[in-house]
Design a protein around this ligand. Structure first.
Ligand code: TXA
Ligand code: MG
Length: 318
């Protein structure tokens, strides 16, 4: 069922059930992070391997402090500046966080989502919510309640509808290795903004088997239909005999019917492009096409996260 009723969501979560929740980045599939049985249902519904840890979602910085051993000074400054927001921090976990949440790792991923409905829900609950993106493992993350319903609707009791996601790509994941700040996933908070606040960040988000973010397998976010990246005019020529879907940054192409074209932002706006990316990929993936062609966009701001998702979608499963 899809609805906006916080009481229903709250009572299901208190009873150890899973509920899909809106966030500003993507929809999450949530359960009581302190209840291992509830959390195990997330893995089952998503068909997610148990070695892939979950992010916990907290109402505010005080709640974050309750579930981690300590908040290093740079983490505190990031929380001050960017929470609630599209920022996830990897911090030493408190013993109350069950092993199933972190897949046995000593650190827990924590974030404060910037969505009014979910913040209200978190304030009303006396536990944090463990929540991965609300998609079957390996598929494109959902950015609307309908996306969640399309794939998981018959497997979960409730989808809390908070409208379309305002950011549209998953959170940026930041951790600390000794004194070094490390970025493990490019996301909805731009690297430039983080570096402007706390100085240089080491980017480790490119590896195909990054042990710090085991879920970042190269083929993540993959659509069903093959997706190739390159120069669009050339790709359209090479694949002229195929039924083609197209994802461009801002340009339209007369050769492709408009229903098979996703223009991420006509004005070349990165935020708008990020908002449109996953819905566009889903729309083309549902069409009767042989191939999706796409182009990378400038590697700056949210362009980094958009390009990362496009590259993962283009990678063949390992
Ligand atoms: O925007 C987001 O972050 C969304 C919304 C729902 O909050 N959530 C999300 O969760 O994208 P998920 O599970 O799809 O991606 C979380 C990533 C995974 O790649 C996971 O491996 C990594 O974070 N991760 C979680 N806990 C970790 C930990 N303790 N150590 C290392 N990586 C961790
Ligand atoms: Mg995910």
């Amino acid at each position: 069922m899809i609805g906006k009723d916080l009481d229903i969501a709250k009572s299901l979560l208190e009873n150890g059930e899973v509920v899909a929740i809106p966030t500003e980045t993507v929809y999450g599939l949530a359960a009581n992070a302190l209840n291992p049985i509830g959390v195990s249902k997330i893995f089952k519904v998503k068909n997610r391997p148990s070695f892939d840890p979950l992010i916990i979602h907290c109402a505010d910085a005080a709640a974050v402090e309750r579930y981690v051993r300590q908040v290093p000074p740079k983490a505190a400054r990031l929380l001050d500046a960017f929470a609630p927001g599209a920022l996830t921090l990897l911090l030493e976990k408190d013993d109350r966080i069950p092993e199933i949440v972190t897949a046995g790792l000593p650190k827990v991923a924590v974030r404060i989502p910037n969505h009014p409905l979910t913040l209200e829900l978190l304030h009303r609950l006396d536990f944090p919510l463990a929540a991965p993106s609300a998609n079957p493992f390996g598929y494109i993350s959902p950015t609307s309640a309908q996306h969640v319903s399309d794939q998981l609707g018959d497997k979960i009791p409730y989808i809390l509808d908070g409208g379309p996601c305002s950011v549209g790509v998953e959170s940026t994941i930041i951790g600390f290795e000794q004194e070094q700040v490390v970025l493990y996933r490019k996301g909805g908070l731009a690297l430039e903004k983080i570096e402007a606040l706390i100085g240089p960040v080491q980017v480790k988000a490119h590896s195909t088997s990054n042990p710090k973010a085991p879920g970042m397998l190269h083929s993540h976010y993959a659509p069903r239909i093959p997706l190739v990246l390159g120069k669009l005019t050339e790709l359209l020529n090479v694949h002229a005999d195929k039924r083609i879907g197209l994802i461009s940054f801002s340009e339209r192409f007369a050769q492709v019917p408009s229903e098979y074209q996703v223009v991420l932002s006509e004005t070349g706006n990165m935020e708008e492009a990020a908002r449109n990316l996953f819905a566009g990929m889903r729309r083309l993936d549902a069409a009767d096409l042989d191939l999706i062609v796409a182009e990378l966009i400038p590697e700056q701001g949210l362009g980094r996260a958009i390009n990362d998702r496009l590259r993962r979608a283009a990678a063949t499963p390992e």
